[in-house]
Design a protein around this ligand. Structure first.
Ligand code: SF4
Ligand code: SF4
Length: 412
C-alpha cells in the first residue's frame, strides 16, 4: 500500500481516465484524491466514515493505472485498504443484509442460481422490494436460466486432433449460474485445438468478489481452497471471466505474509485468460468462413484490459475468423459500470455508465457485441435492451469462436 501512496506525484494525468470522476466531478473522487484520502485514513488524520463515500464510489476499474506516468500501483491500494478498514466500517442494517446476501450467494453457483430464479419470479413485484435490492432484480435476465453443467474431471480432444497441451479450467461462479455455455464453448474451442481440459472438482470461487468488497478472511479462504484444488502439472490455469482472472493474479497480495504466499505467486504466474492461451498455441485450428461479413464491437472488460493488460489477444482471435471486422467502441475503453458488485452497490453511477456505453455501441451498427467477462455481458445486456424487446446479440469471445468453428456464426 505504501508504494501506491508515495509514488503519486499528484500530476493529474489519471483524471481524464477515471470514469467516476467524469460522473461525480469532485477532486475527492479522482484517483489522486482517493489516494490522498486513503493515505490520511491510514495515517489516522481522517475517519473511515468520512473517506467511505469517495472510496466506495471507486469502480476498481484500474483505468487510472495505464494513464499514470509514475506507475502508481493503484490496485495494491484499493482492495487492501478496503480489507484493512472493513472492520471499522459502520454500516446500515440494509447494507449489512445486502452484503450478507451477496457474500452468501454469489460465490456459490448453485445457491446463486436458486436465488436468481427466485429473483426472476419476484421481478413483477419489484415495487414491493426494498430499493436497495432492486438493482439486483434489474440485472437478472428475463429468460429462464439454463441448467448448470456438471463436468467430468477431464475433457480430452478427439483422438485424431494433434495434441497441444493440457490446461485446468476455472469455471467461475456467476458464470456457471448465468451462462454456463461460456464454459462449454471454452472446453470445445480448447479441445478443437488439441488441448486437454482438466476441471478440478474441488475448485470454488476465485475470491475476487470477497477481496473487492473488503472481506479479507473469505478471500483468503477461497484462494487457499483453489491453491489446493488446481494441479501444478498443467500448462496453464485458464480463466474465461476477467474478474476471476484478475482475482487469481491478486492471490500474492491476498495471501501476502502467509505461508501460502509462494504458492499464490506460482498459481498467479500460471494463470492466463483463455484468449491469451489460444493466442500462444503453436497453431490455431483453421476457422471456416461464416459465409457473410460480420461487424463485431469488442468491449474491453476492465479486469482484462487494465488489470491483466490483455487487449490484443481477443481482438486477434476474432480477426482470425474470416470476414470478421472488429470495431472499436469510441469511448476510450471506459468501464461499463459492472465492476464486480458495483452495479448493485452504486446503481446510479453504474446505470449512467451502462447507458453511455450502450449509446456508443448502438452508433456502431454492429452485428454482435463481444466481451470477455460475465459481469460486463450481464451489464451490457441490461442496457442494450430497448423498450420494444430489441437488442444487439452479446457474446463471449469463446462463444463466437466456438460458433465459427461449428459453422453457425453466419446465422448469429
Ligand atoms: S497520474 Fe499517477 S502520479 Fe499523477 S495524480 Fe494520478 S495516480 Fe498520481
Ligand atoms: S479504479 Fe477506476 S474509478 Fe477507481 S480511481 Fe481508478 S479510474 Fe477511477
Amino acid at each position: 500500500m505504501a508504494d501506491a501512496v508515495t509514488k503519486c506525484v499528484h500530476c493529474g494525468f489519471c483524471l481524464p481516465a477515471c470514469p467516476t470522476y467524469a460522473e461525480i466531478g469532485t477532486e475527492a473522487d479522482t484517483p489522486r484524491g482517493r489516494i490522498v484520502i486513503m493515505k490520511e485514513v491510514l495515517e489516522g488524520s481522517l475517519s473511515v466514515a468520512d473517506a467511505s463515500p469517495h472510496v466506495d464510489a471507486c469502480l476498481g476499474c484500474l483505468a487510472c493505472e495505464p494513464a499514470c506516468p509514475s506507475g502508481v500501483p493503484y490496485r495494491d491500494l484499493i482492495s487492501a485498504y478496503r480489507a484493512k478498514t472493513n472492520p471499522e466500517r459502520k454500516r446500515s442494517l440494509t447494507d449489512k443484509i445486502k452484503r450478507k446476501v451477496i457474500s452468501q450467494t454469489l460465490p456459490y453457483p448453485a445457491r446463486f442460481q436458486a436465488a436468481a430464479r427466485l429473483g426472476q419470479l419476484s421481478k413483477p413485484l419489484s415495487g414491493l422490494v426494498p430499493p436497495a435490492f432492486r438493482p439486483m432484480l434489474d440485472l437478472l435476465p428475463q429468460e429462464k436460466l439454463p441448467r448448470m453443467v456438471v463436468y467430468p474431471p477431464s475433457v480430452e480432444p478427439a483422438p485424431e486432433t494433434p495434441r497441444q497441451g493440457r490446461v485446468a479450467l476455472l469455471l467461475g461462479c456467476a458464470q456457471q449460474a448465468l451462462d454456463p455455455d461460456i464454459n462449454d464453448a471454452t472446453i470445445e474451442v480448447l479441445n478443437r485445438n488439441g488441448v486437454e481440459v482438466v476441471i478440478p472438482p474441488t475448485q470454488g470461487c476465485c475470491g475476487a468478489l470477497s477481496w473487492h468488497i473488503g472481506e479479507m478472511g473469505d478471500a483468503q479462504k477461497f484462494a487457499i481452497n483453489n491453491l489446493a484444488a488446481f494441479p501444478a502439472d498443467v500448462d496453464a490455469v485458464i480463466t474465461n471471466a476477467a474478474g476471476c482472472g484478475s482475482g487469481i493474479h491478486e492471490y500474492p497480495l491476498i495471501l501476502k505474509g502467509t505461508s501460502a504466499e509462494a504458492a499464490a505467486q506460482a498459481m498467479a504466474e500460471r494463470t492466463r485468460d483463455i484468449s491469451v492461451h489460444l493466442g500462444r498455441l503453436a497453431e490455431l485450428a483453421p476457422i471456416p468462413d461464416p459465409g457473410r461479413p460480420l461487424r463485431i464491437a469488442y468491449h474491453d472488460a476492465c479486469h482484462l484490459a487494465n488489470a491483466q493488460g490483455v487487449r490484443q489477444p481477443p481482438r486477434d482471435l476474432l480477426r482470425a475468423i474470416p470476414q470478421v471486422e472488429v470495431v472499436e467502441i469510441p469511448d476510450g475503453g471506459t468501464c461499463c459500470g459492472s465492476a464486480g458488485t458495483y452495479n448493485i452497490d452504486q446503481p446510479e453511477i453504474a446505470a449512467s455508465l451502462g447507458r453511455k456505453k450502450a449509446e456508443f455501441i448502438r452508433e456502431l451498427n454492429a452485428d454482435l457485441v463481444v466481451s470477455g467477462n460475465i459481469g460486463c455481458l450481464t451489464q451490457l445486456r441490461a442496457h442494450l435492451a430497448d423498450d420494444k424487446g430489441g437488442t444487439i446479440p452479446i457474446r463471449h469471445t469463446v462463444q463466437v469462436l466456438r460458433d465459427a468453428y461449428a459453422g453457425k456464426l453466419g446465422s448469429a
